[in-house]
Write a protein that binds this ligand. Structure first.
Ligand code: JB2
Length: 206
């Protein structure tokens, strides 16, 4: 167990989920950076505001990005020295295989499952109830939204969002900076930067 206190970057709705996971897993949230002087996560007094988000996040703290929007997360990733990232936060109600690898700065939320030999990159977000099957490989800052399912051996590139409840069939390769819409059923490979939605799948941007 890593007992280094964690500073959250961003203090909105997603930060509430992150804070609960930190506390439930027996770790310590030290504070929150947010440009908003009264971020939502601070309203119940469980964590204090440290101030605006610094231009370069290389202080001595252990850091975790707690903003949900993938584009905002991507901008923040570029401002953080990876050595400052906290050990991954895994909610005690999540299931993570002993053979899975979870990158620093990641969150595995309540009810999520990461199966054998799967790999989640730095700043990963396997959100509430999401399933990452065996041998999946997720790049940096991949967000698997609540209830989404990645079948075995799926690969997902950096800064890609797999939306709420989406299903990705086994072995599919999804590129970088993609958006997979909520509820989409992805039966074939998706190129970098694509936006795909629905079932049957439609491409809004390729
Ligand atoms: O670049 C930024 C940014 N920098 C700091 N973009 C955005 N959108 N927000 C930024 N922030 C701070 O993060 C804001 O000042 C605010 O306090 C917080 C974002 O809070 P919000 O509640 O708007 O969104 P969220 O990112 O916490 O949660 C979103 O993503 C989750 C995964 C929501 O869509 C949630 O419903 C969702 N579960």
């Amino acid at each position: 167990m890593d007992h280094t206190p964690i500073n959250l970057i961003g203090g909105g709705g997603h930060a509430k989920v992150v804070l609960d996971a930190i506390i439930a897993s027996g770790r310590i949230a030290h504070g929150v950076y947010d440009d908003d002087p009264s971020p939502a996560v601070c309203t119940n007094g469980r964590v204090r505001l440290l101030g605006a988000i610094p231009a370069v996040l290389d202080d001595d703290a252990s850091l975790l990005i707690a903003v949900g929007a993938i584009d905002a997360r991507e901008r923040l990733v570029a401002r953080i020295d990876p050595v400052r990232l906290c050990a991954p936060v895994v909610h005690p109600a999540a299931t993570v295989s002993p053979s899975a690898r979870i990158g620093r700065g990641s969150l595995v939320g309540a009810g999520a499952v990461v199966h054998a030999d799967a790999a989640v990159g730095l700043h990963g977000l396997v959100n509430t109830g999401a399933i990452v099957e065996h041998d999946c490989v997720l790049g940096e800052n991949v967000h698997v939204a609540p209830g989404a399912v990645l079948g075995g051996g799926v690969t997902v590139g950096d800064h890609t969002l797999v939306g709420i409840g989406a299903c990705v069939l086994p072995g599919v390769r999804i590129g970088t900076q993609c958006t997979i819409g909520a509820g989409a059923v992805v039966i074939g490979d998706v190129g970098d930067g694509a936006v795909v939605v629905g079932n049957p799948l439609r491409t809004l941007r390729s």
